[in-house]
Write a protein that binds this ligand. Structure first.
Ligand code: PGA
Length: 243
């Protein structure tokens, strides 16, 4: 594991963007796994700036988003589809046909999830999976559980997640109770993984994820087994690490 502790959120975002840019420069048809949430906002801002400065192009990359709320239309302001458009895709030269986000509406979620996995496989697999981490240690919407879920699946969100994400909705009741998420196996099959976290609220989750025994009760802890994991966090998120 490669651990980088940045002095600030901005520095964390810059380090993460540099890594993404270097992958795309060495492999213009790279396949990226992408997160939503507050954590990657700075990273997306940096990538958009690189595109505007004409030092990076996204035209040949393919992306797979980690997750989506169930039941929200693409244009719902809280959908992750909309998040990606507003914060990244609409501002760069990416080919929207090569962007994939799990659909929040499906008549047959089981079938849909299997198709999403097939799409990842047919793209050649994910070169770099970028992850945030939930306060409860979740990655994507893989919530603490008794086992590590395998492939893309429908999941019931934990109360903690619903509460944490209610900051984006008008009330807690408005937060969807279910979501579609890539599974732990889908994430672990990526050739490399970059985990980002910032702020004091993530310190406990980071400590459990990278310094304590691997357990499905802290889904991110499984990342310790990945052969190419880079953890980029700010000093606050690193504050409970001993060394
Ligand atoms: P956040 O969410 O980036 O909004 O803190 C991370 C997550 O829940 O995975």
């Amino acid at each position: 594991m490669n651990l980088l502790i940045a002095g600030s959120y901005d520095e964390m975002s810059k380090l993460a963007a540099k890594r993404v840019a270097s992958l795309i420069r060495s492999k213009p048809k790279a396949v990226l796994g992408l997160p939503t949430g507050s954590t990657p906002l700075g990273l997306y801002k940096e990538l958009v700036a690189m595109y505007q400065d004409k030092v990076l192009s996204f035209k040949d990359i393919t992306t797979f988003n980690l997750d989506e709320y169930e039941g929200l239309d693409c244009d719902n302001v809280n959908s992750y589809y909309r998040f990606m458009s507003d914060n990244f895709f609409n501002h760069v030269d990416i080919n929207r046909k090569h962007t994939n986000i799990p659909m929040g509406k499906s008549e047959d979620f089981l079938k849909y999830c299997i198709e999403y996995e097939e799409k990842i496989k047919n793209s050649g697999g994910i070169d770099l999976m970028i992850l945030g981490i939930g306060n409860n240690g979740h990655i994507g919407f893989n919530e603490p559980s008794e086992y590590f879920p395998g492939i893309t699946h429908r999941v019931k969100l934990h109360k903690e997640t619903i509460k944490a994400n209610s900051r984006f909705f008008s009330c807690v009741e408005g937060v969807p109770r279910y979501a579609i998420t890539m599974g732990i196996r889908s994430i672990m099959h990526s050739r490399s993984i970059m985990l980002l976290a910032n702020g004091p609220g993530k310190a406990e989750a980071i400590k459990k994820a990278i310094r304590e025994p691997i357990t499905p009760k802290v889904p991110a802890s499984v990342l310790q087994l990945h052969q190419d994991l880079t953890v980029i966090i700010d000093e606050e998120a690193a504050s409970l690490l001993d060394d």
